[in-house]
Design a protein around this ligand. Structure first.
Ligand code: ZN
Length: 335
């Protein structure tokens, strides 16, 4: 939540039509705003207090959808408690103006046409999201990288060698439990449910992830990434010239297998606003991700020798050099 006194206040303008945001006034504090939000929210509508403006004694409530904000507006009016409520939308700030020129992220994985790329929306419920976030905050041992906080479960990931061989705190059972709902006819299903290494990353707003392919020889054929608390855009590339972008909503599970896992580098650009199908979307204050991987050993048998560290592929050599260099700059290394 942003307070009206801070330098980084989002700016809003009145909207004639329905939007996902409501401006409510007069409200004098964040606590009072949360109390009101509590009374008008329906479970699952994902409402949050986005900003509080002391000067105008107003708050902005943001919802996951126009349906959700409409329901909240209806309930607020029914309460008849003297609060004014109107639709509002974010005004474009100076830093957002070039957003339209960024690679446009798609909402459907199929639109990227990368074999093995799958996005499963609403993979966990709101309650499970809350439980997984609490688990991540309360258990495990924290590693502080320059720009984000990381915890490993099952086995610790080694940022120098880019594999995971040292046992650490067990993977929380809820995290393993949710993998069972993957469809058994999905490509890479067997590898997914054999997951024995979990990495939890906490990305503050504006922080991304450097381009990488997860080490072929160290991890199995399926990599999964669960997005919690805040959205992000993940980009994919096979060369510097071409990239494709996918919007990752809260509570979605991204599955990387085949080309998406072995051949395409994935990364999250360091930025605060994304272009999602032409619309400017502000990232949330924080995104928590769970990455699920299966450890493996022995030479990799993948169909992508150029990118394979196990067969000394030309492109993987570059990434090894990068891995060596990034020992000094651990924030640049992937999850
Ligand atoms: Zn390989």
């Amino acid at each position: 939540m942003v307070n009206g006194d801070s330098a980084n206040v989002p700016r809003y303008r009145r909207s004639r039509g329905p939007t996902t945001r409501l401006r409510v006034s007069p409200i004098e504090s964040g606590d009072r705003a949360r109390e009101v939000l509590e009374r008008i929210s329906i479970r699952g509508d994902d409402g949050r207090v986005e900003s509080v403006c002391d000067r105008t004694r107003s708050v902005t409530l943001a919802f996951a959808s126009v349906d959700a904000s409409s329901r909240a507006m209806g309930r607020l009016e029914a309460l008849d408690c003297g609060l004014r409520c109107s639709w509002t939308e974010r005004a474009v700030a100076a830093g957002e103006r070039d957003v339209a020129e960024r690679t446009m992220a798609r909402r459907r994985a199929e639109d990227l046409a990368i074999p093995g790329l799958t996005l499963i929306e609403n993979f966990v419920s709101v309650d499970e999201e809350r439980a997984l976030v609490t688990l991540a905050r309360e258990s495990g041992e924290e590693t502080r990288l320059a720009r984000r906080r990381v915890k490993h479960f099952g086995y610790a990931f080694d940022y120098g060698t880019r594999d995971a061989n040292e046992r650490c705190e067990a993977i929380p059972s809820l995290a393993l439990e949710i993998l069972k709902r993957l469809r058994s006819d999905m490509i890479g299903y067997q590898s997914a449910i054999r997951c024995d290494q979990v990495t939890v990353n906490e990305y503050p707003r504006g922080t991304g992830l450097a381009p990488h392919v997860d080490t072929h020889s160290a991890f199995g054929e399926t990599i999964l990434s669960l997005t919690l608390e805040g959205c992000a855009v993940m980009e994919f590339r096979t060369s510097a010239e071409e990239n494709r972008a996918l919007f990752l909503p809260r509570r979605s599970m991204l599955v990387l297998s085949a080309d998406a896992r072995y051949r395409w580098q994935h990364y999250i650009p360091h930025r605060k606003f994304d272009n999602v199908e032409g619309e400017t979307i502000a990232r949330d204050d924080v995104r928590l991700s769970y990455t699920f991987r299966e450890r493996r050993s022995g030479p990799c048998m993948c169909a992508f020798p150029m990118q394979c560290d196990s067969r000394d592929g030309a492109e993987s050599k570059c990434s090894k050099r990068r891995a060596g260099k990034t020992q000094e700059f651990p924030e640049l290394v992937g999850e």
